[in-house]
Design a protein around this ligand. Sequence first.
Ligand SMILES: [Zn+2]
Length: 330
Amino acid sequence: MKRFLLLTVLVAAMTLPLTPLHGTAQEFGLEDGDGASLGLPGEAAAAQEKPAPSAGSALVLAAPARIGVGQPFLVRLTSDQPLDSVAIHWQGKVVVPSISVWNNRHIALAMLGSDVLSAKPGKEDLSVIASIDGKENTLRRTVRLTSVDYPKQELTLPPKMVTPPADVSARIQAERKAVHAALETVSATRLWRLPLERPVDGRITSLYGLRRILNGTPKNPHRGLDFSSPMGNPVKCAADGVVILTGDHYYAGNSVYVDHGNGVVSMYFHLSKLLVKEGDHVARGQAVGLSGKSGRATGPHLHFSVAVLGRMVDPQPLIDSDTDTLLHLQ
Ligand SMILES: [Zn+2]
């Protein structure tokens, strides 16, 4: 009997996760109680979820088969063996997602997406390289980017707001460089979870993807969401993160850029006041600034953007949807 007990304890110890549990099952799109089985019942029908032939049924990749241009999505790799590392390749970029352990499953979850400014409908390759016990397993998928009929808006504005005066072009170039560097940040630890916190309560006044025609000339599509927000209203951070850039920029006005890890960066523009500085650690829901109308804004509002691996994606699904929905498995 004593020997049996000892054996039980040993087996229990051996099957314990190697790293501490992080967060809740919901964060990975898995539900409490769906046990150790890897054939997640709700996902069996997903065309994109097939076991990797080289690794038996131990490695399962969930990714959407199709997604709209500009829309964010999630990719999840689940393994019953410890994952040394995972590298996800998408549109010429790489993310090495944090690995979590839940119910003896080793899970890598990554956010990906495309940019309405540059992406075209068509097939894109997604490849996931999983290192297990020193051996690399490569899983490949094709994701079809589908066209989205984003709305159109014609606006008439004072010409100096549409075409900046020549003497600010050096300033705009310098700001673009700093912003580009911030958006390329791909840090190692995932701090975001879904849904993201809605930054203000006000209604959405301009959607992502909106095709704007200013004074008769087509301009770049709107690559964020505009929220109605009165002057001085606190603007909440969408997720835990680190402030990587702040500034008073020509177009965006007083701006805050927050890195949420694994290639996800959120942005808050036209603020009247900044409440954080570069290097600050911020919590989900913490006020990063007060809304205003600084920069190129006709009135007080909040412009909110989310970049994934440097691409500006539609933030709306990220504040409206949970992990399961964004895996597009239903
Ligand atoms: Zn905007």
